[in-house]
Design a protein around this ligand. Structure first.
Ligand code: URA
Length: 238
């Protein structure tokens, strides 16, 4: 038995919160009768319909996608810009990104139809480690590397990196930064606070997963073990 809101979210129809709203609005019927109680326990034989469409539990998909530039992390865009949804058109499941990357940021993002996990892990309190390769408009100073490690005050609170290093003496404008924050535009804001402009941003690693074998614009399915590890990130913070 599963709660009605969870059942709808698990089917990939919407997030858990979205499902609760749908239920309360009277859009959900169980065996032909409107049910407005999100905690209703769905029985195995129940036929659940949202806006008169039967909800079927689909296979859960967890994909690791290497996002190209000029692609936005929303599923549909009223301005008709390139969205990540374009890369998953052939997949019947409705996939959500876990977190976001800016339009011109490249690199790894996890896509799933597990609405509940996506919503949980997108929350800043779930501390998934992420590594970024950041190309700046000028070489970074030793002093600023220190600032980043000690912490910088941003308008939404202090922020410090887990690790930061210059790629090489030959490339002093490119730094590798590891953080576990999911705050919006965090890398650009961090460097902006120190008067650096981020010219290029790439995420080669998320939750220990790398781009190996995933060329730009393609994806691979996560293994059972990798999915388990991801779920543990959300459980640890319950
Ligand atoms: N930080 C940013 O500023 N942009 C991203 O896309 C990701 C992290």
């Amino acid at each position: 038995m599963t709660k009605l809101s969870k059942y709808i979210a698990q089917a990939g129809y919407s997030s858990r919160r979205g499902a609760t709203e749908l239920i309360k609005s009277g859009a959900v019927k169980v065996n032909g009768t409107v049910v407005t109680q999100p905690f209703y326990e769905v029985q195995e034989k129940d036929a659940v319909k949202v806006n008169n469409k039967l909800i079927v539990q689909q296979k859960k998909l967890y994909l690791l996608f290497n996002k190209p530039q000029d692609t936005i992390c929303t599923l549909s865009d009223p301005q008709d810009r390139n969205t990540i949804a374009h890369f998953f058109k052939h997949i019947p499941q409705r996939l959500y990104p876990i977190g976001r990357l800016d339009r011109n940021t490249t690199g790894l993002i996890i896509m799933t139809n597990d609405g509940e996990l996506a919503q949980k892990l997108s929350h800043p309190k779930y501390e998934i480690p992420k590594t970024y390769t950041v190309t700046l408009h000028r070489p970074i100073t030793e002093q600023d590397l220190d600032h980043l490690k000690k912490g910088i005050m941003l308008h939404d609170g202090p922020m410090k990196v887990d690790d930061v290093k210059v790629v090489s003496i030959q490339a002093p404008k490119t730094v590798i930064v590891t953080i576990h924050s999911g705050r919006n535009h965090i890398i650009k804001r961090l460097f902006g606070a120190l008067k650096y402009f981020v010219k290029k941003l790439d995420r080669p690693n998320i939750a220990g997963l790398t781009k190996k074998g995933i060329t730009v614009g393609t994806y691979r399915e996560l293994t059972e073990k990798e999915i388990e590890k991801l779920k543990n990130y959300s459980d640890k913070n319950k």
